[in-house]
Design a binder for this molecule. Sequence first.
Ligand code: PDD
Length: 285
Amino acid sequence: MSIVFLNDSFVPMEEAKISPMDRGFLFGDGIYEVIPSYEGMLVGFAPHIERMNNGLREIGIDFAWPVEKWREVCENLIEKNGRGNLGIYLHVSRGTDSKRFHAYPEGVAPTVFAFAFDIPAAPVADKTLAKGYKVSTTRDLRWERCHIKSTALLGNVMHFQHGFERGANETLLFNANNELTEASACNAYIVKDGVVATPPLDNQILPGITRFILLDILRKNGSIKVEERIITMDEVFAADEVWVTSSSKEIAPVVEIDGKKVGNGEVGDVWQAAQTLYSAGKHNY
Ligand code: PDD
């Protein structure tokens, strides 16, 4: 039975109750995080909490627990839910109001919810064993505040569904200028002539923590060149390799886009080199 955290108590999932007047439910008015944990070890804990605090500040939710309080919640969830490969989901909504009124209410306590869910084992950095992803593409029709990790995910859900209905694992998104933004629940990258490129951080994409860790590791190592720059969809279709990253998958190699092969249709050498470095370095974050 899964044990979850709700407003300062650990309870069985079945006993966790939230009011239908919670603004998270009515408006998607909240911020969330997903932090990966492998065999009891959290990856990127501090930057995940920092991103959540940035999001809370930006949407005017006055809530900032000390980092150690969040760590205690995460570690308790890991212990109570079996220490396997887990995603730790953290969620702070603006709280439960007595009426449905759009303006931020005064004097309402945020709702804090957290639970653990199974994620796949971290990828083994071997291109002969790696799962190649298939993706579809569609115009990015989300809002212009995609840097905020809002619980209002309908735009992302609809984009993910686009790929899902076509038998794909993810959906790559492009803006009105035919430029790659990200994927419905991942950041996106191309590799051309050995150089890794990913779109720059702005309001069109989430500042992914896997992205941050990966770029930092690659830059410190220096053996693979990295660029943060605008990438056109023509470049995506002409790339040697395409990857997507997220906390629950690390670096996922894409082998097919809209039914067309990426490069030679196989998982690439640069992916293997990057995932090797990521696997070795991720626990330093
Ligand atoms: N998704 N972009 C979007 C739109 C995302 O939803 C995510 C994460 C990422 C990657 O961020 P990170 O590396 O910090 O996980 C990029 C999470 C895992 C989710 O919604 O389940």
